[in-house]
Design a protein around this ligand. Structure first.
Ligand code: SF4
Length: 741
């Protein structure tokens, strides 16, 4: 044998040896996973599975595409009424979460001091034992257990409530930073319905947004984008008008026909100024206020006395003539629809703004008419077996038997004692709340903290036990999209793989397993072996209707078909259903109380002459998507920035403060400071500086950590009375130049 042939055969033999070796479990699975294919895997064949995106409250149905057993792409599910074949950038980036190198791969227990970031891998048996032991130690005082979650989706929320109730009355605290709490509370006060309404953009002619970042916001951009597209171009010969109100030229404002740069914090006054003109000129819906509303006379008096266009013009910085014109356009070119959101309802006067906008919609006769707003009927899920009432009638006000999770911002004001264990899921308050909020003090006082999640973040760092969750492609979950499109919709997803990639378990499954270990009371509250079983029981109610997008002969067939379809949705109604107000007298309430607190302005000082405006990022939402490199690589549509942050400043302010594009500056508030480069923009009020949310993580994987700046850390702690989890507007800041490039 020649030397060359010898070498060749050695390489082949060596390679074969490695390959043979690779076929011998267990170590080879780590090196070349596809050599040991999944069961039922057919090489080279594409597979599509319906799934759901949980990155925002849109609940879009997606189709995941696998090739050779590997997830390669997702697209919007064409059959899903919210997605209709579409998805946004955050949905498109989801496959990167599946194969992300920073994913949590097994349960971790803390080593060393809290916050040090040293962990040891443990088995699930060990993790469940530790969790069960901690909870058993609290059995004499069930309110010693607290859940801290984001706004949980689908039946996850109900399962946590049942666990808490079955435990005897554990507490449940909620922190959803860019949530809709103020809008929901406003509609609860006025309409008796605790929900974010569905907006019929498709049939409106005139849409006004108060701060609502419809196109780029953290609330269903696919749904809103499609609705706005239809408003503008979906009806040949008829083009609706979009007016965007807010101090910053957002992506939505850039798409609008008219941008109204009102002063920050003056949205409630402007909405009431528009209402004043409608009422003064008799252009409101008289039939609605007479037949369906209570309290209109007092509201009318207040409007006419306090919200004349000249007064409102002074408070808002919007000329009185423009306010008059806008109000008349709304009356003349209806159906008109008003939407409040994001910074306008997440800060001082947030509840007042949301309520003023609800009243404006009511004056326009918008509730229940085409081109107006409505409340989605809930999907007719079957009720889970009834729970026995919690034994302790004197339990804590935020315990589960009160049935209402308590906002974390309220809890932080109280700093309650006596909490022995905290279970954290789907929220990251160590990143989204300013240090002065007191979240670190609260957690430091709790002896045991366990955190669920697919990735470690700023909050899991302070846990004692980390319980890794599978991604959306590896678990069962459901969702009710909010806002919807005026009919009952339920999204559903199951695992698109035979087994999870890593040693992970979903939070509901872990609660069920811990419940089984805790014994009889919990077993009665949680009578299911798996979360899939619990979901199947609830979804049997949809099967029982024998209508909608999935109709089958048995509940089992229905479940499989619903999984294949990505959910169930009711037949579209021919006409929007009339809104049934759930107030005490069944009528819409022109409630005045929250309006009396409106300040109308945000104060600056000589030391801090700017107002900080924080807006949700199209790519990162509130920051939870910043770990995905695809989204870091995506240029922000307004600033062009990638992999970082800028502080946006108007031309006038830049000139006055001797700053130019690219200067490095320190932005400082009473809470702290950050550094960023200046971007001089045309679309900003001169007293405002704007920074997008989502960057500036200190502990969120290799792609997000130490990139850009976190403006949320500069915000004044929110006032619980504002009805929001953050004060996105209202923080006074200063700018200090560091150097010019
Ligand atoms: S709109 Fe929300 S739910 Fe839909 S794809 Fe985007 S992030 Fe996901």
């Amino acid at each position: 044998m020649k030397r060359r042939e010898f070498l060749k055969s050695s390489i082949v033999a060596g390679t074969a040896g490695v390959l043979l070796d690779a076929c011998t479990p267990p170590g080879s699975e780590q090196i070349i996973p596809l050599l040991i294919p999944e069961e039922q895997f057919i090489p080279g064949v594409e597979e599509f599975h319906a799934t759901t995106c949980f990155e925002c409250s849109g609940g879009c149905g997606l189709l995941s595409r696998k090739i050779d057993g590997r997830l390669v792409k997702v697209e919007g599910n064409p059959a899903h009424p919210i997605a209709q074949g579409g998805s946004c950038a955050r949905g498109q980036a989801l496959p990167q979460a599946m194969y992300h190198p920073d994913r949590l791969q097994s349960p971790l227990v803390r080593e060393g001091a809290r916050g040090e970031g040293r962990w040891t891998e443990i088995s699930w048996d060990d993790a469940l034992d530790r969790l069960t032991t901690e909870l058993t130690g609290l059995s004499s005082d069930p309110s010693g257990l607290a859940f801290l979650t984001g706004q949980l989706r689908g039946h996850r929320s109900a399962l946590v409530e049942r666990f808490a109730a079955g435990f005897g009355g554990a507490r449940h605290w909620v922190h959803e930073p860019f949530g809709d709490a103020a809008v929901r509370r406003a509609h609860l006060l006025a309409a008796g319905i605790d929900a974010f309404p569905a907006h019929d953009l498709e049939h409106a002619n005139y849409v006004v947004t108060f701060g609502a970042a419809l196109v780029e916001g953290s609330r269903s951009p696919v749904r809103f984008g499609r609705g706005l597209g239809h408003l503008r171009r979906g009806r040949p010969g008829q083009r609706g008008k979009l007016v965007a109100i807010g101090p910053y030229l957002s992506v939505t404002a850039a798409h609008a026909d008219e941008w109204v740069p009102a002063r920050p914090g003056s949205d409630a006054a402007l909405a009431l100024g528009l209402a004043h003109i409608l009422v003064r000129d008799g252009r409101h819906d008289e039939t609605f206020v007479t037949d369906r509303a209570t309290g209109f006379e007092a509201f009318r008096e207040r409007l006419l006395a306090d919200y004349a266009p000249e007064t409102v013009g002074e408070a808002t910085g919007v000329p009185a003539e423009q306010i008059e014109r806008l109000a008349h356009e709304m009356a003349d070119h209806g159906p008109a629809l008003v939407v409040a959101g994001d910074a306008a309802v997440t800060g001082p006067d947030g509840l007042a703004t949301a309520l003023a906008v609800a009243h404006l919609n009511a004056l326009l006769g918008g509730f229940g008419r085409p081109g107006g707003l409505n409340f989605d009927p809930p999907p007719p899920f079957a009720a889970w077996p009834a729970l026995e009432a919690a034994q302790d009638s004197e339990s804590e006000p935020d315990s589960a038997d009160s049935n209402t999770p308590r906002p974390l911002v309220e809890v932080l004001v109280d700093q309650p004692a006596g909490v022995g264990a905290l279970l954290v899921a789907a929220t990251n308050p160590f990143y989204t709340l300013p240090p002065a909020s007191g979240v670190a003090d609260l957690v430091a006082g709790i002896p045991f903290v366990a955190a669920f999640g697919s990735f470690a973040d700023e909050t899991t760092r302070w846990a004692d036990l980390i319980l890794p969750e599978p991604t959306t492609f590896e678990r069962f979950d459901d969702d009710v999209p909010a806002p919807g499109v005026g009919r009952a919709i339920a999204s559903l997803s199951g695992p698109v793989f035979v087994r999870p990639l890593y040693d992970t378990r979903s939070m509901p499954d872990v609660l069920l397993q811990v419940g089984q270990r805790l014994g009889d009371d919990m077993a009665a509250a949680l009578p299911w072996e798996t979360y899939e079983d619990a979901l199947q029981d609830a979804w049997a109610g949809l099967h029982d209707t024998q209508r909608g997008s999935v109709v089958e002969t048995t509940a089992g067939r229905f479940w499989r078909s619903a999984l294949e379809s990505g959910g169930w949705w009711d037949d579209a109604p021919e006409e929007p259903a009339p809104v049934e107000f759930a107030t005490s007298d069944g009528r819409y309430q022109f409630d005045l109380a929250p309006l009396s607190a409106t300040s109308g302005v945000v104060a600056t000082t000589a030391d801090r002459p700017f107002i900080l405006h924080v807006y949700p990022s199209l790519a990162f939402g509130d920051g939870r998507s910043a770990h995905l490199p695809f989204l870091q690589e995506l240029a922000d549509p307004m600033t062009g920035v990638r992999w970082g942050s800028v502080v946006e400043l108007s031309h006038m302010a830049a000139e006055e403060h001797d700053l130019v594009e690219g200067d490095a500056v320190v932005v400082a508030s009473a809470q702290g400071e950050l550094q960023a480069r200046v971007r001089v923009v045309a679309g900003l009020r001169p007293e405002v500086v704007a920074i997008g949310a989502g960057q500036g993580h200190t502990d969120y994987g290799r792609y997000a950590t130490d990139r850009g700046a976190n403006p949320l850390a500069l915000l004044a702690p929110p006032d619980p009375a504002d009805g929001a989890e953050l004060a996105l507007v209202g923080t006074a800041v200063s700018l200090r130049k560091l150097y010019t490039l």
